[in-house]
Design a protein around this ligand. Structure first.
Ligand code: BTN
Length: 281
């Protein structure tokens, strides 16, 4: 295995406690984090991971940064990534490799991003005891405030999916958020009122992601989606609004479809929401 302090974008020593924690977790990590690139500061860990994936880095390769200068969120938003305040991590997945033909679902990337939310929620719950829940598609929330998010970016060769970069950001320390998110964002330490060890949490996240990869490979998708439903109370009975192809829609959530679509009852007929912004009312 190689734990590499990268020369690009900036040389850095890998934090000793992180190396020790990864070593200790090795049996539960499978091939995950066999290559872990630590960078003190980077534009976006997703971009670094994509560059590595294009250059042939194997599944499970991880990029971790202490700070991002151009962290990205879903729907073109910025992800606030000040130094030392959170986990900013990207993992290379090659979800169609090693799968039986029957499991080569076109919806696999969507399912991967959903069940990654389960992995992170469980990692946070087990490491900190904070009962975070998932808000569709994969935000981690506590008391109505967002603590973590996932940005999955795929690359295809023709019709074949090459890789998915699964980027996640977890707010750990208490910081002052930019005004546009301050009312909706929080951090683990703010919610808990005590310190959280970032590296212990990171290793637990990687262990959980390694486990869902194994489960996906053996086609155990239904139990993982069920776990998503269990962790996502707002996926049923919540009032939502969104802009669909036919304008503004409004209804009540009634569950999650097997391909990851949110199901919404709009005046008695069920509509599927696959992407885009949902307003929770
Ligand atoms: C969201 O909008 O909820 C998704 C946020 C994802 C942020 C993470 S931080 C690590 C990785 N690199 C990025 O630029 N974005 C993701």
């Amino acid at each position: 295995m190689s734990l590499i302090a990268r020369e690009r974008p900036e040389p850095a020593a890998l934090p000793g406690d992180l190396a020790t924690a990864i070593e200790r977790a090795r049996p539960a990590l499978g091939g995950f984090a066999a290559q872990l690139f630590y960078v003190p500061t980077v534009g976006s860990t997703n971009d670094e991971a994509a560059r590595l994936a294009e250059a042939g880095a194997p599944e499970g390769t991880v990029v971790v940064a202490d700070q991002q200068s151009a962290g990205r969120g879903r729907l073109g938003r910025a992800w606030f990534s000040p130094p030392g305040a959170g986990l900013y991590v990207s993992v290379i997945f090659r979800p169609h490799r090693g799968l039986a033909a029957a499991a080569r679902l076109p919806t696999l990337p969507a399912v991967l991003t959903l069940v990654s939310g389960v992995a992170l929620a469980e990692a946070v719950r087990e490491t900190t005891g904070l009962p975070v829940v998932i808000k569709w598609p994969n935000d981690l929330v506590h008391d109505g405030r967002k603590l973590a998010g996932i940005l999955a970016e795929g690359s295809a060769q023709g019709r074949a999916l090459e890789h998915v970069i699964l980027g996640f950001g977890i707010n750990v320390r208490s910081v002052t958020y930019p005004p546009q998110v301050a009312a909706r964002a929080s951090s683990l330490e703010t919610e808990l009122g005590r310190p959280v060890d970032r590296h212990t949490l990171l290793v637990r996240c990687l262990m959980k992601l390694a486990r869902i990869r194994v489960a996906l490979g053996s086609g155990e998708i239904a139990p993982m989606l069920q776990r998503w439903r269990d962790l996502s109370p707002s996926a049923a009975g919540a009032r939502v609004a969104w802009r669909g192809p036919h304008g503004l829609r409004r209804g009540w959530t009634v569950g999650l479809d097997d391909d990851g679509a949110l199901l919404v009852d709009v005046g008695g007929s069920v509509e599927r929401v696959l992407a885009g912004e949902i307003r929770w009312e």
